[in-house]
Design a protein around this ligand. Structure first.
Ligand SMILES: [Zn+2]
Length: 496
């Protein structure tokens, strides 16, 4: 069908949304495997020695917009239960005090808590950002002090880390130091308040004290299922009595659906896909690493593209562990080389890798603590990515455009044209539909599957009545042509 013929079609695009979701779900579940990416995530922990039980779970709390307010409590003895005497020191830090991010992470021992929990993994509270200066006083007085009491110290007392009555004392000391605390919070930044402990002039952050490692670990074990009979771990095959649920690592709603993994049943996930404690730790470490190092957040709004490298060849068996580690490290160094540009050139960096690495891609929509898996693409070789980049360079020349020749720009151009161009007002269904279309097309490009352009042409043409009233109509339509041309060229090359 030609480009202009599409105009004759008058379809309600929302009718197609339902169908689209069915197709997406099928593509996610029909193969029922996805062991490749799970193993690749686990492999990222190879050669890493976990220093403490909490080590594989610890996440970074700060970025350039975060300040950390440290409040130290002097304790009588460094023995459980600890008995706080007074606030000994208050200090504002930018978090990276050690200049060694890994070391700093271990000292703060942060992990995001599950949404409904009335506790934290470590004695710290995030105040968040966006507090107005005039409301700071109220936020601190009404929310912060209350949260500290309820979420931190009540539970620490209950678990025997602090002596009975500590929470009440700490609350009154915080109130007495209120003006100091208020003066230290800079509303331009997100603030995280961390409680440390001091004894005889030495200050300890939570991660410096073993009792907080135990406390953290006890929270991790909350979701553990113990069984009477040992079962083999789905990943390493070791017999285990303690079964962890994969949902504890990947909070994707998709895991709840039958057949995402072989025979996974909604109610009995841990029974069908039991993971032993050591595999659970390795997976958790790998996930954190992917989130911190190998993700792209700017191609599709509110969606993270996780990129998981997997070493596939070229390493001898006897030194496999070390060499795998080295291959992943080289890749990590390559994309970290220009940290400020890291995210904006990560896809292009993948295309430059040798054939010893393959990649898995996960598209994850994030909404606070909820994660929805939109698409998963396994085992992609750098040669396919390179091919996509070459087609993009041809497209730039063909349209005599000044565009950036990186694969990242190509994907951004496609998703932007599909999602944003020619849009006059926000309509939630329309936004969701456009996003699903973009995810579907980018997924197919990454898989090297042919893409039918017919429905995309119809979609573009259906926007014309709106576009024609816009000043930039010529650019928008030209962009649409470029996307169609790119896909047609890609179809030709992948079918060869
Ligand atoms: Zn295992």
């Amino acid at each position: 069908m030609g480009w202009t013929e599409c105009c004759r079609f008058k379809s309600n695009r929302y009718d197609r949304i339902g169908l689209f979701f069915v197709a997406l779900k099928e593509s996610l579940t029909s193969r029922g495997e996805y062991m490749g990416f799970i193993r690749a995530v686990q492999d990222l922990s190879e050669g890493v020695h976990f220093q403490k039980k909490s080590h594989p779970f610890i996440q970074k709390i700060w970025d350039d917009e975060t300040k950390i307010l440290q409040i130290f409590l002097e304790v009588k003895e460094l023995q459980l239960p600890m008995n706080p005497q007074f606030i000994s020191f208050i200090n504002l830090s930018n978090g990276d005090i050690e200049m060694d991010v890994e070391k700093s992470k271990q000292r703060y021992q942060f992990k995001r808590k599950p949404g409904s929990a009335k506790w934290q993994y470590s004695p710290l509270i995030q105040l968040g950002g966006g507090i107005s200066a005039t409301k700071l006083n109220q936020v601190l007085l009404n929310q912060f002090i209350l949260k500290v009491r309820e979420r931190l110290f009540d539970d620490l007392e209950k678990q025997g880390v602090l002596s009975a009555g500590s929470g009440e004392k700490i609350e009154s000391w915080l109130k007495s130091k209120f003006s100091t605390i208020e003066s230290m919070v800079d509303v331009k930044y997100k603030t995280t308040v961390v409680f440390g402990f001091s004894h005889n002039g030495v200050r300890y952050l939570p991660g410096d004290l073993l009792c907080f490692d135990d406390y953290f670990n006890q929270k991790i074990h909350k979701d553990i299922k113990k069984s009477v009979h040992a079962v083999p771990c789905s990943l390493c095959g070791q017999q285990t009595y303690e079964k962890f649920n994969l949902n504890g690592v990947f909070n994707f709603s998709t895991f709840d659906k039958p057949s995402f993994l072989p025979g996974v049943d909604e109610k009995n996930l841990a029974k069908v896909f039991p993971v032993c404690e050591s595999c659970f730790r390795e997976l958790s470490y790998g996930r954190t690493k992917v989130e911190e190092k190998f993700k792209n957040t700017y191609t599709i709004p509110k969606t993270e593209i996780w990129i998981i490298p997997e070493v596939v060849s070229g390493y001898s068996n006897n030194s496999e562990g070390l060499s795998k580690q080295l291959a992943v490290k080289n890749f990590e160094d390559y994309i970290e080389n220009d940290a400020s540009m890291r995210e904006k050139r990560v896809l292009s960096a993948l295309a430059q890798q040798g054939e010893s690495l393959n990649f898995h891609f996960l598209f994850i929509e994030k909404d606070q603590s909820r994660e929805a898996l939109l698409s998963i693409i396994e085992d992609i070789s750098p040669s396919l990515l390179k091919k996509l980049e070459t087609i993009w360079i041809k497209n730039i020349k063909q349209f005599q455009s000044q565009g950036n020749s990186k694969l990242d720009s190509c994907f951004l151009f496609i998703t932007y044209t599909i999602m944003k161009d020619g849009k006059s007002k926000t309509n939630q269904m329309e936004v969701a539909y456009r996003k699903q279309t973009a995810v579907s097309i980018v997924s197919k490009l990454l898989r090297g599957q042919p893409i039918q352009t017919r429905s995309l042409k119809q979609e573009f043409v259906s926007r014309y009545p709106q576009i024609m009233h816009m000043d930039e109509y010529a650019t928008i339509i030209r962009n649409q042509f470029r996307v169609i041309e790119f896909i047609e060229q890609y179809n030709k090359e992948v079918s060869e």
